[in-house]
Design a binder for this molecule. Structure first.
Ligand SMILES: Nc1ncnc2c1ncn2[C@@H]1O[C@H](COP(=O)(O)OP(=O)(O)O)[C@@H](O)[C@H]1O
Ligand SMILES: [Mg+2]
Length: 219
């Protein structure tokens, strides 16, 4: 089996959707039949706690989430890459945190969730600058932006505004503001495990997976 591809989910602010995107990526790859390990590098352990809500689910549906420091990640990344096909890293809400820098040191792809509002845009531009700098020092790192919490009513203008501001590619996918995302946290899984009413969110996550695979050059 080839070594796993490593995806880091990064943003400067809390609330942009890192943990949400991490868990949906995990559920989305799992739904495709791929093996996934999630690594929670955030000292607040939100991905880890999210997954802890899952004992209600069949064990095969539970996402495998490990807590680690940046140093532990660097030490164990080779083993993790032999264990699964995709390793997804949830990071602390600071681009200067050692764990975020460790994640970028081992990742093939950095996904930056960006809420299309003026204040969030500023912090996303700062993340982008860091990723662009890191890309100059890494032969394998690529970065991309994922519009998140997009409000249906303002969809077109919000996303157009985003497109103009960034140098990194905008993913050919977006997550709208939907109840299905916080609901899936309650059951410790992704929108694919929600019983009903999650069709639109499932479609978005499937599109997200396709767009991520394209960025990884695997489509
Ligand atoms: N697309 C979305 N639709 C609705 N709520 C969302 C969406 N993305 C994130 N949220 C909510 O926003 C809050 C912050 O998201 P979270 O993933 O925890 O961000 P971060 O990990 O970057 O701090 C959570 O309550 C989460 O449920
Ligand atoms: Mg988080």
């Amino acid at each position: 089996m080839p070594l796993a591809r490593v995806i880091a989910v990064v943003s400067q602010k809390g609330g942009a959707g890192k943990t949400t995107v991490t868990m949906q990526l995990g559920g989305g790859f799992h739904a495709l039949g791929a093996s996934v390990v999630l690594v929670d590098l955030d000292p607040q352990e939100s991905a880890y706690r999210w997954a802890e809500a899952a004992p209600l689910l069949d064990s095969e549906l539970q996402l495998d989430v490990r807590k680690m420091s940046g140093l532990e990640l660097i030490k164990h990344i080779g083993d993790l890459q032999r264990e699964a096909e995709y390793v997804i890293l949830d990071t602390p809400p600071s681009i200067h945190h050692p764990s975020t820098l460790a994640a970028l040191a081992v990742a093939h792809l950095a996904v930056i969730p960006a809420v299309p509002s003026p204040t969030d845009l500023w912090s996303t531009l700062a993340v982008e600058r860091l990723i662009l700098t890191r890309m100059e020092h890494s032969y394998r790192l690529h970065g991309c932006i994922l519009p998140n919490r997009v409000q249906n009513t303002a969809l077109a203008t919000d996303v157009l505004e985003l497109l103009h501001e960034f140098t990194l590619p905008i993913l050919d996918a977006m997550l709208c503001q939907r109840n299905a995302y916080p609901q899936s946290a309650v059951i410790g899984a992704s929108v694919f495990q929600l019983a009903s009413g999650a069709d639109a969110a499932q479609k978005e996550v499937a599109q997200l997976i396709a767009a991520v695979l394209k960025q990884l050059g695997e489509n």
